[in-house]
Design a protein around this ligand. Structure first.
Ligand SMILES: Cc1cc2nc3c(=O)[nH]c(=O)nc-3n(C[C@H](O)[C@H](O)[C@H](O)COP(=O)(O)OP(=O)(O)OC[C@H]3O[C@@H](n4cnc5c(N)ncnc54)[C@H](O)[C@@H]3O)c2cc1C
Length: 414
C-alpha cells in the first residue's frame, strides 16, 4: 500500500463526524472528504423545523465550524462528486477527473429522496425536500402565507413540513398511502395522535389516498388529482415519500448490498479497507443480531464515530440503541428502540389527550422501544427507555403505565 490517506466520500453528518473523530483519536495522516454538495457538511434536522420556520439561522446548520477543516488539516473538497471506486487498486475516481489513492475508504453517501413517476411531477412548484437549498426555497414560498400546499407522503418529513406550512398560515392537505400518518413507523394509535395534533391546527388529511396526477398551467402546478378523483388546488406540492440509500458507487464496485451497503457491526463492508456509515449503511446490530439501516441523525453521528475508530484499527462496534426525534408545533417527541422487535400495541404512561406521555412497546414482556412526548426532561425518559431495553428484563404493563412509579424505579438495579 503506497498511501496512508483516509478518504471519506460524502460530506454529511456521518462523513464530517468521521473526519472529526479521526483527528480526535490522534490520526495524523492525510484525511480527504469528497463532498458532492457545495456547502461544508451540515445538519438536516433543522431544515424542516426551526431553520424552515426562521427561528434559527445559518449558525444552526454546520456539523463543525467551517474553519475546523483547515485548522485540523482535513482536506474538504466541496462540489467534488466521486464517480467510481476501484477496490482492486484502492483508488476513487473523481467525477471532475483524476484519481485518489486510499488506505481506508468511508462511504457516507447518505440517501436521496424518492420521486414519483407522476404526470406533472416536473412542473414548477413541485419538488422533493432534502437540502439547504430546498429549505430556503420552501421558506421563501411559505413565509408569506395564504398558499395552497399539498404534501404527498405521511411520514416524518411530510408531517414536519405540514406543521411548518401551517405555522406560516398556509392551507395544507396531506395525502398518504397509510390509513393513519406515520402508521408504519409508530402504529395506529400513535399515528392517530399525530393526526389529531395536525387536525387541531387545520391540516386536512386524505388517507389512504394516492396522487394520480399533478395538474398545471403554463408550466406551473395548479393542483393534485387523487386516485379517488378529487382535485386538490395547489400552489406548491412536496413529494415526501421516503428516501433511498445512495448505493450506486458501492453497487458499481461490486460491494455487498442489501437494503443499503451491508456491513458488520464495525461498519466494514465486504471489500478490504472500505467502510460505510450513516443512512447508506445496513449494519449488523449486536443487540438483535440482525442488520438495521437507520435514516436518522443519531445513527449518522454514532456511525461516523465508530467507522473512524474502526478504520484506525480500534475495537469499535455500533451498538447504541437507535434514537430519533421530531418537533411539530408544540410537541417534542423522542424515540429509542428497535421497531422490528415490537410485538403488540404500546403501553401508555400519561395522557395522549394531555399531550404528555410515554409509549412503551414490548416483546415477550421486555421493553424494546419507547417514545416520549413532551415528558419532563428532568425525568430523563430516554435514558430510562434505553436502560430498560438494555436490561432485557420483563416489566409488567401496569407498572409501566403507572405514572406514580418513578421511571428510575423501573430499572432492574433501582
Ligand atoms: C429535512 C430532514 C429532516 C430530518 N430530521 C430529522 C430529525 O428530526 N431527527 C432525526 O433523527 N433525523 C432527521 N433527519 C435524518 C438525518 O438528517 C439523516 O439521517 C442524516 O442526515 C444522514 O446523514 P448521512 O451523513 O448519512 O447522509 P447525508 O446527510 O445524506 O449526507 C450524504 C452526503 O453525501 C453526498 N454524496 C452522495 N453521493 C456522493 C458522491 N458520489 N460523491 C460525493 N458526495 C456524495 C450527498 O450529496 C450528501 O451531501 C432528517 C433528514 C432530513 C432530510
Amino acid at each position: 500500500m503506497t498511501s496512508e490517506t483516509i478518504v471519506i466520500v460524502g460530506g454529511g453528518l456521518a462523513g464530517a463526524t468521521a473526519a472529526k473523530t479521526l483527528r480526535a483519536e490522534g490520526f495524523a495522516g492525510p484525511v480527504v472528504v469528497l463532498a458532492k454538495e457545495a456547502h461544508p457538511p451540515y445538519l438536516r434536522p433543522p431544515l424542516s423545523k426551526e431553520y424552515l420556520l426562521g427561528k434559527a439561522g445559518e449558525e444552526a446548520l454546520p456539523v463543525v465550524p467551517a474553519q475546523w477543516y483547515g485548522e485540523n488539516d482535513v482536506e474538504l473538497r466541496l462540489g467534488a462528486p466521486v464517480a467510481g471506486i476501484d477496490p482492486g487498486d484502492r483508488t476513487v475516481r473523481l467525477a471532475g477527473g483524476g484519481r485518489l489513492e486510499y488506505a481506508s475508504l468511508l462511504l457516507a453517501t447518505g440517501s436521496a429522496p424518492r420521486s414519483l413517476a407522476l404526470r406533472g411531477s416536473g412542473l414548477d412548484g413541485v419538488g422533493t425536500f432534502r437540502t439547504v437549498e430546498d429549505s430556503r426555497r420552501l421558506r421563501g414560498i411559505l413565509a408569506g402565507g395564504g398558499r395552497n400546499v399539498v404534501m404527498i407522503g405521511s411520514g416524518w418529513i411530510g408531517m414536519e413540513l405540514a406543521a411548518a406550512a401551517r405555522g406560516y398560515g398556509n392551507t395544507v392537505t396531506l395525502l398518504g398511502l397509510e390509513e393513519v400518518p406515520l402508521g408504519a413507523a409508530i402504529g395506529r394509535e400513535l399515528g392517530g395522535f399525530f393526526r389529531s395534533l395536525h387536525e387541531a391546527r387545520g391540516v386536512r388529511f386524505r388517507l389512504p389516498a394516492a396522487a394520480a396526477e399533478i395538474t398545471g398551467q403554463s408550466g406551473r402546478v395548479t393542483g393534485v388529482v387523487t386516485d379517488a378523483g378529487e382535485v386538490l388546488p395547489a400552489d406548491l406540492v412536496v413529494i415526501a415519500v421516503g428516501v433511498a440509500p445512495e448505493v450506486s458507487l458501492a453497487a458499481d464496485a461490486g460491494i455487498g448490498l442489501q437494503n443499503g451497503i451491508l456491513t458488520d457491526a464495525s461498519l466494514r463492508t465486504d471489500a478490504p479497507g472500505i467502510y460505510a456509515a450513516g443512512d447508506v449503511a445496513n449494519a449488523l446490530h449486536p443487540f438483535t443480531g440482525e442488520h438495521h439501516r437507520s435514516e436518522h441523525w443519531s445513527n449518522a453521528l454514532n456511525g461516523g464515530k465508530v467507522a473512524a475508530r474502526a478504520m484506525l484499527g480500534q475495537d469499535a462496534v455500533l451498538d447504541t440503541v437507535p434514537y430519533f426525534y421530531t418537533d411539530q408545533y408544540d410537541v417534542s417527541m423522542e424515540y429509542s428502540g428497535f421497531p422490528t422487535l415490537i410485538s403488540g400495541p404500546p403501553v401508555i404512561r400519561g395522557s395522549l389527550e394531555g399531550r404528555e406521555f410515554i409509549a412503551f412497546w414490548r416483546r415477550g414482556g421486555r421493553v424494546v422501544a419507547g417514545m416520549s412526548v413532551n415528558w419532563p426532561r428532568a425525568d430523563k425518559p430516554q435514558k430510562a427507555i434505553k436502560a430498560l431495553i438494555g436490561a432485557r428484563t420483563a416489566v409488567s404493563p401496569d407498572v409501566l403505565a403507572d405514572a406514580s412509579t418513578p421511571l428510575a424505579q423501573l430499572l432492574p438495579d433501582a
